[in-house]
Design a protein around this ligand. Structure first.
Ligand code: GUN
Length: 292
C-alpha cells in the first residue's frame, strides 16, 4: 500500500468532541441546548437507519432531537404544515427532512420552505444558490460534501489549483461537492453516466471525489499516481465469508487504488462518519446564529 489512509472515523470523532465541548460550554453559560428536528416520511429502512443515527448523535453530544414521523402517503400540505411548525418552534434550531421523499411529494417546495437559518442540510435554494455564486456565503454547506472537503483539508491536501474530478452530479453530494471545490479554487470537472472516456478524465485528477453509487466502479489504473481519493460510495456486495452475507464497498476499487493513490478514504470508516459529524457542527452553528 502506498496511499496514506484518511481515517474518517478518527477525524469525525474529533469534530464531534469539539461540538460536544461547545455544547457543554453553552449549557454552562445558561444557553439552550441546540435542537435538531428530523422529518421522516414513509418507512424506507435505509432512511430510518440514517435518521436514528442522527438522533443518537444528538444525544451523545448533549443536543436535543425532535423526531417527526409521517406516513408514506402524507400529503404535500401535511409535510409543509409540519415544516412551518418547526420553523416557528424556538426549541428547534435545525430542520432535517430526510431524502428522498416519496415520489408523490414535491421535494423542492418542501426544501424551499425551511427557514434558511434552520437549514442545517444546506439544501434550501438560497443556501445552494449562495454556494454557487462568487462572493456569497451560504449559512450552511451540505453535510457529506462538507465532510469530504474537511477530510482533504485535515489530510493536508492542497485544493487550490488542483485538478479535481467529481464523479456523480447528485443534488446531495456531487453538485455541492463540485461547487465547494470551485469555491476553494480547484479546477473542477464533473463526470456522470454520459461522460466519454471516463478513465481518461479521472486519470487527470489530483483530487477525485467518487459519488456515483456503483460498487468498485473506479479501477486502480484510472487513478493518477499520488492523487487524493475520497470515496463517498456505500454499496453492498455479497460476501459468504461475512456473518451478514455481505460487505460494504465504495465506488472505488480500494485494493487496487490504494497502490496508486497518495491518499485514500476507506469504506466503511471514511466519508460515512463525517456526514453526521458535519450535521452536528451545522446544528451547533444554527443555534449560535439564532442566539443573536
Ligand atoms: N439522504 C441521503 N443523504 C442525505 C443527507 O445528507 N441529508 C438528507 N436530508 N437526506 C439524505
Amino acid at each position: 500500500m502506498t496511499a496514506q489512509l484518511i481515517d474518517g472515523k478518527a477525524i469525525a470523532r474529533q469534530v464531534r468532541e469539539s461540538v460536544a465541548a461547545a455544547v457543554a460550554k453553552r449549557a454552562a453559560d445558561g444557553k439552550q441546548a441546540p435542537g435538531l428536528a428530523t422529518v421522516l416520511v414513509g418507512d424506507r429502512v435505509d432512511s430510518a437507519t440514517y435518521v436514528a443515527s442522527k438522533q443518537k448523535a444528538c444525544q451523545e453530544l448533549g443536543m436535543v432531537s425532535f423526531h417527526n414521523q409521517l406516513p408514506g402517503d402524507a400529503t404535500q400540505e401535511h409535510v409543509e404544515d409540519l415544516v412551518r411548525r418547526l420553523n416557528a418552534d424556538p426549541q428547534v434550531n435545525g430542520i432535517l427532512v430526510q431524502l428522498p421523499l416519496p415520489a408523490h411529494l414535491n421535494e423542492e417546495r418542501v426544501l424551499q420552505l425551511i427557514n434558511i437559518e434552520k437549514d442545517v442540510d444546506g439544501f434550501s435554494p438560497i443556501n445552494i444558490g449562495r454556494l454557487a455564486q462568487k462572493g456569497r456565503e451560504p449559512l450552511f454547506v451540505p453535510c457529506t460534501p462538507f465532510g469530504c472537503i474537511y477530510l482533504l483539508e485535515q489530510a493536508g491536501v492542497k485544493i487550490e489549483g488542483a485538478n479535481a474530478v467529481v464523479l456523480g452530479r447528485s443534488n446531495i453530494v456531487g453538485m455541492p461537492a463540485a461547487l465547494l471545490l470551485i469555491s476553494r479554487n480547484a479546477t473542477v470537472t464533473v463526470c456522470h453516466s454520459r461522460t466519454r472516456d471516463l478513465p481518461a478524465v479521472i486519470r487527470q485528477a489530483d483530487i477525485l471525489i467518487a459519488a456515483i453509487g456503483k460498487a468498485e466502479m473506479v479501477r486502480g489504473d484510472w487513478i493518477k499516481p499520488g492523487a487524493a481519493v475520497i470515496d463517498v460510495g456505500i454499496n453492498s456486495r455479497p460476501d459468504a465469508t461475512k456473518k451478514s452475507g455481505y460487505r460494504l464497498v465504495g465506488d472505488v476499487n480500494f485494493e487496487e487504488a490504494k497502490e496508486v493513490a497518495g491518499f485514500i478514504t476507506p469504506v466503511p470508516g471514511g466519508v460515512g462518519p463525517m456526514t453526521i459529524a458535519m450535521l452536528m457542527k451545522n446544528t451547533l452553528r444554527a443555534a449560535e446564529i439564532q442566539d443573536s
